[in-house]
Design a protein around this ligand. Structure first.
Ligand SMILES: [Cu+2]
Length: 171
């Protein structure tokens, strides 16, 4: 009888230990799952922050914008002109800054602005159709004096472009 009681007590303590172990395992799993939820949340918010920065960069308030227009100065002869009506003006843009050159084409032929930076792939506006508009955007990582031209009128639509240091402040 005593032996049986001791045996029962042993079974009871084994059962209690099993419940305790099960409890530890379950709470451990819950911890892991809540930790991974937290981790996912952090990843999601980091991605959101990144998107916010990208959309801020693409607003015109942080970009240096220049206006340029094609103009037929004589029959069949085209120039680039700026907002002050200067022909083939010297453009000034900033290094380490997003520069946008907005281009109007009120002529009856297409134009394409290209900046001769010497890079493998030159910054280009692509074709700007007659009575259309387009833009060239680039963020040079160097300073210096370069030239720009039109792909279709390289001898009459050309000028100088200066890439100057942004001096740590956006223009
Ligand atoms: Cu042209």
């Amino acid at each position: 009888m005593i032996h049986q009681e001791r045996h029962m007590r042993k079974i009871t303590s084994i059962l209690a230990l099993s419940f305790l172990l099960a409890g530890v395992i379950v709470s451990g799993l819950m911890c892991i799952s809540s930790y991974s939820n937290l981790y996912h949340l952090q990843t999601a918010s980091a991605t959101k922050d990144k998107n916010t920065i990208v959309s801020t960069d693409s607003t015109s308030s942080t970009a240096n914008t220049t206006q340029l227009s094609a103009k037929e100065v004589k029959p069949g002869v085209y120039n680039w002109i700026d907002a002050n009506n200067a022909s083939n003006p010297t453009l000034k843009v900033f290094a380490d800054t997003k520069n946008i050159i907005k281009i109007q084409n009120p002529t009856d032929t297409k134009h394409q602005l290209i900046i001769d930076t010497g890079a493998d792939e030159l910054p280009s506006s692509d074709d700007i159709n007659p009575n259309g508009s387009g833009q060239l955007s680039f963020s040079p990582n160097m300073t210096g004096t370069f030239t720009y031209h039109c792909a279709y009128h390289p001898f009459t639509m050309k000028g100088t472009i200066q890439i100057v240091s942004s001096g740590g402040s956006k223009p």
